[in-house]
Write a protein that binds this ligand. Structure first.
Ligand SMILES: Cc1cc2nc3c(=O)[nH]c(=O)nc-3n(C[C@H](O)[C@H](O)[C@H](O)COP(=O)(O)OP(=O)(O)OC[C@H]3O[C@@H](n4cnc5c(N)ncnc54)[C@H](O)[C@@H]3O)c2cc1C
Length: 497
């Protein structure tokens, strides 16, 4: 399909949720905006689709929970309902106990810190010292300058409770929470920011409803969208650019004042002509296993499964086990007991199951951590089988009967189980290494000495080329289904235009 014009104010490369947020803000402000999406549909990782033949259930294939600021939902007039979960997390802790109290205190402090930062994420970047001045020095020390594992060891006595907190920092990449690089702290803060924003919520209708609402809002605003358009080159200077794409039959090129990249920064560098650099390629480390169940399994503890699975159930994730899994992954092995996060979004909203789903049917997803893309360069099928087997074994240890007895069968009589490896995510979405955040997260503030001399730098969305901005997960304050990176890239364009 050809575009309507030869020149635009803004071309957005990639129609993920952030690309759509940016495009809609800018089109509403009167700019001519073209979105180019390589796939035949929009949404990137924020999509749902039927996965199991013979069943209507639509699986949120990648992301399941969203934390979009209420102001973005209101600004864009999104027809979207983000449902809170009854148990945001399900810790096997019981008050009163020292563990429970320590767990609550750590979270209360983390969320206090997150509230201060959260107030800045839709504004130009604060400097590090400006954030620090607004915080209790103890919070800064515990969550920003001390490796997360050390803080948890100092503040919580038992290993399992430390792990319940630490596991929230395992967001699809593999690293030790003791690392001096503080990657774990940045990831933990990202999670806490979502809590401060009102929580990580289940979109009514599944993740596809987020994209449907954004696409409708973009269309109302006059955004032009071309799907099946794989961008192959971006040439830019400080004040103009050209974007070339292929539609399966031929190349097209348009001129534009701004390019917004919803692709990962690592991919953007290739589009800008720098060649691919294996050294700096992001590495995702999460396998998602989706299952359709005829009924929820019974827990050996006797807890109500409807309560346990409605939040985020973390199993076998003591801090020692998490660190052992990180070490195994770093040594090139599938961990014996990879940390596991279990979600059942249909306990909050049954609509993704379809109108005629039998009572008791549910979608369950297992997020298996510390299984980096590098583990799957050989023996892919065998290693994928091993990961699924070990994840199910972890869950089974907590059930009265193996989960397999609850799994529905598809139209061909096969169990409804689907596993997606990091390189499947890369092949499907172009996320390098299957890294869910397009690369490791940055701190959500600017270093004290940062040169913030352009709106793009002030908003944390600059690339090396003046006319090209990052509007996706790889922006500072990007990552996750939040729309924040899209909002911020749009504000940077409006401030400069
Ligand atoms: C398995 C998994 C589970 C996750 N779970 C959660 C979760 O529960 N909650 C949460 O908040 N986050 C989650 N995430 C992370 C979250 O989904 C992403 O960070 C977020 O969706 C990124 O959105 P985006 O718009 O920035 O980029 P993307 O969603 O990556 O969109 C980029 C778009 O660009 C397109 N594209 C790529 N290359 C080109 C090209 N050359 N030309 C044109 N188009 C191109 C892609 O097809 C895609 O549509 C998860 C991610 C994964 C992979």
């Amino acid at each position: 399909m050809s575009p309507a014009r030869t020149t635009y104010d803004v071309v957005v490369a990639g129609g993920g949720h952030n690309g759509l947020v940016a495009a809609t803000y800018l089109s509403r402000a009167g700019l001519a905006v073209l979105v180019l999406e390589r796939l035949d549909h929009l949404g990137g990782a924020a999509v749902a689709a039927p996965s199991f033949p013979g069943h209507a259930a639509r699986v949120s294939r990648h992301a399941q929970l969203a934390s979009i600021p209420a102001s973005v939902v209101a600004d864009l007039g999104l027809d979207l309902d983000l449902l809170p979960r009854p148990e945001p997390a399900y810790p096997p802790l019981s008050p009163p106990s020292a563990s429970y109290d320590a767990w609550r205190e750590v979270w209360a402090d983390a969320v206090d810190l997150a509230h201060v930062v959260e107030a800045t994420v839709l504004e130009p970047l604060p400097l590090e010292r400006e954030v620090r001045e607004r915080l209790d020095p103890g919070l800064w020390r515990d969550f920003v300058t001390t490796p997360l594992a050390t803080t948890l060891e100092q503040r919580i006595d038992d290993d399992l409770t430390r792990g319940l907190v630490g596991a929230t920092a395992l967001a699809g990449a593999s690293f030790s929470l003791a690392e001096p690089s503080l990657r774990g702290n940045r990831s933990f803060l990202h999670h806490a920011l979502g809590l401060a924003r009102g929580g990580w919520r289940v979109p009514r209708g599944g993740m596809g409803a987020v994209t449907a609402a954004l696409a409708a809002s973009a269309s109302d605003a006059g955004v032009e969208v071309v799907t099946g358009a794989g961008v192959s080159a971006v040439r830019g200077s400080d004040d103009a650019a050209e974007v070339t794409w292929h539609d399966g039959e031929q190349f097209h090129t348009v001129a534009t004042r701004w390019v917004l990249a919803d692709v990962a920064p690592w991919v953007l560098r290739i589009l800008l002509g720098e060649g691919d650099d294996p050294e700096t390629k992001p590495e995702g480390a999460q396998v998602k296993v989706d299952l359709l169940l005829d009924r929820l399994p019974d827990l050996a503890s006797g807890d109500d499964p409807a309560a346990a699975f409605a939040g985020t159930l973390r199993l076998d994730s003591g801090l020692d086990a998490i660190e052992a899994a990180a070490a195994a992954a770093a040594a090139g092995e599938v961990p014996d007991a990879p940390p596991l996060e279990v979600h059942c979004p249909t306990l909050v909203d049954r609509s993704p199951l379809g109108a005629h789903a039998p009572d008791g049917q549910h979608l369950l997803s297992l997020l298996v951590q510390h299984v980096p893309v590098s583990l799957f360069t050989t023996d892919v099928v065998a290693r994928q089988g091993l990961v699924v087997e070990r994840a199910l074994a972890t869950l089974d240890r907590h059930l009265t009967a193996p989960l397999e007895s609850c799994v529905a069968r598809d139209a061909d009589g096969q169990p409804c189980i689907e596993a997606r490896l990091p390189h499947d995510v890369e092949a499907e979405l172009g996320m390098p290494g299957g890294h869910p955040f397009h690369g490791d997260l940055d701190w959500p503030w600017a270093p004290n000495r940062a040169l913030l001399d352009t709106p793009a730098r002030q908003w944390g969305v600059a690339s090396d080329v003046g006319s090209v901005l990052v509007c996706g997960a790889g922006a500072r304050r990007g990552g996750g289904v939040t729309g924040i990176a899209g909002h911020n890239a749009a504000q940077a364009v409006l401030a400069a235009h």
